[in-house]
Structure formats: structure tokens, C-alpha cells
Write a protein that binds this ligand. Structure first.
Ligand SMILES: Cc1ncc(C[n+]2csc(CCOP(=O)(O)OP(=O)(O)O)c2C)c(N)n1
Ligand SMILES: [Mg+2]
Length: 340
């Protein structure tokens, strides 16, 4: 629909994205932004409490990647992973409840934002151990290969994680065993309070990781068409048995390391430029200007996701924390409980 309610004539596409896919990606990005804005509001006002690592500025990467994933594909992410969890399809109510530590959450509030897991949607685990997700992802991908399925695994991690030993062990084995895994480095320029250039002499992570004998590319992680193309290619190759890919997705962390921390050590001019070109607004302009999508269609999506986020927050606030009777349940698993 156009802003006046009519249907626009079909236009030649300026990328491989269909209008439907382009709008699904927009919806995902808006849901992420809306959830972050609402969480920050609630934390600032003391309405609820949780540990929160912001994802503002990094919305494009999972929104574009997950457009190419199936529900039964696996994903692993980090503490800075709410955007990945939303894009992979964890139901919003259960996600927000888990982040608030409520019994209606994915792990009955016992995992919290740092240990999210929802095997039904393929989001297998988030971890606070920097670099710890990569070996887990290689194990998941190896299991798909051994079971003869065509599932792929995507693992998200930061630029800082590329200096961790486990990252290198995982990439080496993934290339050697040709497992269907995509290493998605969300290169937001900072590891905690340290700039990338201050913790490594490497300039191109793609060059470094290509050295393990796998495909590796640097991508504009704030451009939907670029991310869509790169993710589609990498995921298609993995699914067809072509082995792993390393994607260095260039983005920028629009906020401090964690909720409430400062940005004073960040370059102020660079930060202002990144904020002025932030990816949700950039993509919105592209949808209108390059794709001829009506403003009204985008408004409708924005209003709808904001209402859904509000419902999820209200439901989480109304829910109870897990009781003492939950203390020893779900602690051990017999093999029969494991997802197929
Ligand atoms: C093994 C390990 N070392 C150190 C830390 C402390 N730490 C938490 S977040 C972080 C920065 C990681 O930076 P990056 O991988 O770029 O991810 P980002 O936070 O930018 O998403 C560090 C060093 C940790 N959690 N785990
Ligand atoms: Mg980083």
C-alpha cells in the first residue's frame, strides 16, 4: 500500500530483495529498536530491572541474516544479543519475560538476558563468555553434518572476540571439517572500552580469518542490500555443503558498553556521524526513496510493533518471578529431552 492507501505500481528492484522481504526486514529492525527504546525507558524510570547491553546501531545484521534462515537453523549469540533473539523469532512475550526474570520467560526466568535459550526457535544459547559461542556453534554445525540435515548455524560475536583463543580454535576446525557455520562478526569498533585499533594491528579481519582456509568478506553491516546479499550467499553455500564463511560486518555501537555506562572514551565526531546515519532511519529513507514504499505502510508497521512491545512489557511486569519450587527443575537433562 502507499501512504494514501493505494497499491503502488511494481517497480524495478534496486537489489535482490522482494518488497515483502524488504518489509519483513524493516519490521524486524523496528521491533528491535522499539524493544530497546522501551527497555531503556523502563530501566531509566526504575519500572523494571535487568542487565542490558544495547544493540542500537546493529539492527541490520540479524534482520538481514535471519531473512535467509529457517526456524530449524541454529543461532548462537552473546550478552549483546537481544536483536539476534528477536530476529531469530523468539516470541516477544517470552523474550521480554526472560529478560525480566519472570516465570513466563523462555527458561522460566532462570536464564535471564545473559543465558537465553529457545531451542524451538533455533536460538540455542547466548553467552557472556567472550568468544565462547564459536566452539558451541561449530559443535552444532558438526551435529547437523553428522546427522545429514541441511541445517546451518550462525554465530554472532563482536570484534573483541576475534582476539580470543577459542575463536581461532573454532574457525580452524570449522574450515578443516567444512561444517555449515557462518561466523558473523558484528564489528562495532569497540571491545568494552577499547577501540579496535588499540587491541590489534590487524586492519581487515576478513583477511585474517581467510587464512584458516574459508571464505571471508567484509560487508557494510548497516546496509540491508549489502548484508542481504552477503548473508544469502554464505548461508546458501553452507546449506549446499560448501562449508563455513566469515563475515566481517562493519557497524557502530551507538551507546556505551552496557546500560548506564558512559561513551566519553569514544570519538565524539565519529559517534555523531554514526548517529546521523543510524541504520533504521537510513533503511527507512531507502525504502521510501529507492523502493517507492509509501510512508503510511511504514507507519503502520512502526505502530504495530510498538503496540506488541508494549503488550510484551505489560505481560512481563504482571508475571511472577520463579518460585523456590523451580530451583532444582530443568537443571539436568536426559537425552530424551534434547531437541532433535
Ligand atoms: C572470556 C572473557 N573475557 C573478558 C570478558 C569481559 N568482557 C565482557 S564484554 C567484553 C568486550 C567484548 O567486545 P566485543 O567482542 O567487540 O563485543 P561487543 O561488546 O562490542 O558486542 C569483554 C572484554 C568476558 N566477558 N569474557
Ligand atoms: Mg565490539
Amino acid at each position: 500500500m502507499t501512504s494514501d492507501g493505494g497499491t503502488p505500481p511494481s517497480r524495478p528492484s534496486t537489489s535482490g530483495l522482494s518488497d515483502d522481504a524488504a518489509l519483513r526486514i524493516f519490521r524486524t529492525m523496528c521491533t528491535i529498536r522499539s524493544a530497546e527504546d522501551r527497555i531503556v525507558l523502563g530501566l531509566n524510570s526504575g519500572e523494571f530491572r535487568m542487565t542490558y547491553y544495547g544493540v542500537r546501531g546493529q539492527e541490520v545484521i540479524p534482520a538481514a541474516v535471519c531473512e535467509h534462515l529457517r526456524r530449524d537453523d541454529y543461532m548462537v549469540t552473546t550478552y549483546r544479543g537481544m536483536h539476534d533473539c528477536i530476529a531469530k523469532g523468539i516470541p516477544l512475550d517470552e523474550l521480554v519475560a526472560e529478560m525480566c526474570g519472570k516465570v513466563t520467560g523462555t527458561s522460566k526466568g532462570k536464564g535471564g538476558p545473559m543465558h537465553l535459550s529457545d531451542p524451538q526457535s533455533g536460538l540455542m544459547v547466548t553467552t557472556g563468555v567472550v568468544g565462547g559461542g564459536l566452539p558451541i556453534a561449530v559443535g552444532l554445525a558438526l551435529s547437523s553434518k553428522l546427522r545429514g540435515t541441511d541445517q546451518v548455524t550462525v554465530v554472532n560475536f563482536g570484534d573483541g572476540a576475534t582476539s580470543i583463543g577459542a575463536t581461532h580454535e573454532a574457525c580452524n576446525l570449522a574450515a578443516l571439517w567444512e561444517v555449515p557455520v557462518i561466523f558473523v562478526c558484528q564489528h562495532n569498533q569497540y571491545g568494552e572500552h577499547t577501540r579496535f585499533a588499540d587491541f590489534t594491528r590487524t586492519r581487515s579481519l576478513a583477511d585474517r580469518f581467510r587464512g584458516y582456509g574459508m571464505e571471508a568478506r567484509t560487508v557494510d553491516g548497516n546496509s540491508v542490500p549489502a548484508m542481504d546479499e552477503a548473508a544469502g550467499e554464505a548461508i546458501g553455500r553452507a546449506r549446499d555443503g560448501g562449508g563455513p564463511t566469515f563475515l566481517e560486518c562493519m557497524t557502530y555501537r551507538l551507546g556505551g558498553h552496557t546500560f548506564g555506562s558512559t561513551t566519553e572514551y569514544m570519538d565524539a565526531d565519529e559517534y555523531s556521524r554514526a548517529e546521523a546515519d543510524e541504520p533504521v532511519a537510513r533503511y527507512r529513507r531507502w525504502l521510501i526513496g529507492d523502493r517507492g514504499i509509501g510512508e503510511g505502510v511504514l507507519h503502520e508497521i512502526e505502530d504495530d510493533v510498538a503496540a506488541r512491545v508494549e503488550e510484551a512489557v505489560a505481560a512481563a511486569k504482571a508475571a511472577a518471578p520463579p518460585g523456590a519450587d523451580e530451583l532444582f527443575t530443568d537443571v539436568f537433562s536426559s537425552q530424551g529431552d534434547l531437541p532433535g
